[in-house]
Design a protein around this ligand. Sequence first.
Ligand code: DUT
Length: 143
Amino acid sequence: MKIRINRLHADAELPVYAHGAEEDAGMDLKSLADIVLEPNRPALVPTGLSIELPPGYEAQLRPRSGLALRHAITLPNAPATIDPGYRGEIRVILLNLGTAPYQIVKGDRIAQMVIARYEAIEWEEGGLNESTRGSGGFGSSGR
Ligand SMILES: O=c1ccn([C@H]2C[C@H](O)[C@@H](COP(=O)(O)OP(=O)(O)OP(=O)(O)O)O2)c(=O)[nH]1
């Protein structure tokens, strides 16, 4: 499917699948700025992109596993939600869980974006059907 996208800055780059749409779920998002990530200080990183998702679709932003493993860089709000009605710039909240500052350079791939369908639901109040689990949870079935 086609999704409308705007570059809000001449240097903004469209997200791409690294191995093609058949093999990847996530497209890499690139930073539009040089930013130093200080340990334990969330930073808002611009992408220079805005999109128009059809109703029933969201974009989810997720960490890149390489950055997470090698540099302890994550998205504290992952999976971040980009709503179909949002027309502003997509920005990525990055958090450095390491102990040393980490330099993000303009053009670095900082996160991945997955386009996902969701159900728009209405609540129906009333009796709930019985189930085997019932109200058990939080380890009730043992280790
Ligand atoms: O990492 C993120 C998270 C959100 N957004 C944008 C798109 C999203 O549609 C909008 C609102 O996000 P969210 O609903 O998570 O924010 P909120 O804290 O609940 O604020 P709001 O009251 O604006 O909904 O902000 C981003 O660009 N990056």
